[in-house]
Design a protein around this ligand. Structure first.
Ligand code: BYC
Length: 331
């Protein structure tokens, strides 16, 4: 992996006023920050936290949908779902590689996920109860992900921004496959339409929570905006998501589970009801229905893969030794 030579690299900087001002000037001039550039410790730490958690979300996110691969209703649906889940694994790999360019190892990030120190998106702690949940996840969860990730393509840190470009293209396919499942169900029998409505009722509020706490409670928001890691605040992106999703629900003939949802002519946006922040923090802190199961599945995957990692390293060592022996013989 191109980034592995950077793990454990010397990363300290002297953070006097002139260094910080020069760094901010580069950000303000829209220059990309690259792995070997000097950067403030806080900038590096924020990126490792965010990219690491983003990577974890992608691979934990494979679990709720992976749960339906064997039960997809047709071969076509199975093939699309398999491809989608595989894409999410790929996103995790690009993101772990992007985080490695900041000097952190995959092992370290995995330990933090398994110990609960590093978070992953709250949304993946809800169970996928019916086939319609796969439609709702593609439509809403991938839809929310796109809304959040398109601006990350312009993130000030080069490797993260570049990883996001491909991720967003794939998320766009995911969103469409989800919406198409919802459309098929919504236009099907009354029972099928009811399944779609039930899935929407369960996934709507957790999808709004994906954007994170209100701006007033977002600890990292202001600094991440100043560093142009984030380009929009949590509340701005949540509002954009609501505004673009309401007409999609109307087109499906489904009802969003929010009696306070209504168009506000003055603001030019939809008003929506209060989010249950107690539920959000409970889930983020490990109290969701599926938290324990998700971490147990990731731990098993990590443990089961140990022999593969060892075999790859041993193979690498052997190849290196062979190359060196051939070089010595040639000299
Ligand atoms: N869930 O100061 P704030 C996907 C945490 S994958 C859990 O606003 P920030 C997909 C936050 O980490 C979707 N925790 O933070 C995959 C912080 O805690 P720490 C993942 C959350 O970073 C497979 C604290 O709350 N997308 O789409 O400025 C299949 C305070 O928050 C959540 C990304 O990761 C949450 N929802 O803003 C389908 C995108 N929200 O770290 C789909 C990249 C907040 O201090 N990440 N927290 O312990 C971001 O854009 C930002 O990190 C966030 C939060 C907007 C999520």
């Amino acid at each position: 992996m191109y980034s592995q030579g950077l793990i454990g690299a010397k990363t300290e900087t002297t953070e006097d006023e002139s260094f910080l001002a020069a760094f901010q000037a580069r950000i303000d001039a829209e220059e990309k920050i690259e792995p070997n550039d000097p950067m403030p410790v806080g900038y590096r730490r924020t990126l490792i936290r965010q990219i690491g958690q983003h990577a974890h979300s992608e691979i934990v996110g494979m679990l709720p949908e992976g749960n339906w691969i064997t039960r997809a209703p047709s071969l076509k649906r199975k093939a699309a779902l398999l491809a989608k889940v595989q894409d999410e694994g790929g996103h995790g790999l690009y993101l772990y590689s992007a985080a490695e360019t900041l000097g952190v190892s995959r092992e370290q990030m995995t330990e933090e996920l398994l110990s609960g120190k590093a978070k992953y998106s709250s949304i993946f702690n809800y169970p996928t109860q019916t086939w319609a949940d796969i439609g709702a996840i593609g439509w809403l969860v991938d839809g929310a992900a796109i809304m959040n990730q398109i601006p990350l393509c312009r993130c000030s840190y080069g490797p993260y921004a570049r990883a996001m470009i491909r991720v967003c293209k794939e998320e766009s396919f995911h969103q469409r496959q989800g919406y198409e499942i919802m459309m098929t169900l919504a236009r099907g029998t009354p029972d099928q339409k009811e399944l779609a409505q039930d899935a929407l009722n369960r996934w709507w509020w957790p999808s709004l929570m994906m954007f994170g706490p209100h701006d007033g409670d977002s600890q990292h928001g202001d600094q991440s905006m100043a560093w142009k890691i984030k380009r929009f605040t949590n509340d701005e992106l949540r509002q954009q998501f609501v505004d673009s999703t309401v007409p999609q629900a109307q087109y499906l003939g489904l009802t969003l589970p929010d009696p306070d949802l209504k168009w506000n002519d003055e603001r030019g946006h939809y008003d929506f009801g209060a989010i249950d922040w107690d539920e959000f923090w409970r889930v983020v802190k490990g109290g969701g229905t599926m938290n324990k199961e998700r971490i147990a599945a990731r731990k098993k995957a990590w443990d089961d893969g140990e022999w593969v990692r060892e075999a790859v390293l041993a193979h690498g060592e052997k190849r290196k030794a062979r190359r060196e022996a051939a070089k010595m013989a040639a000299e």
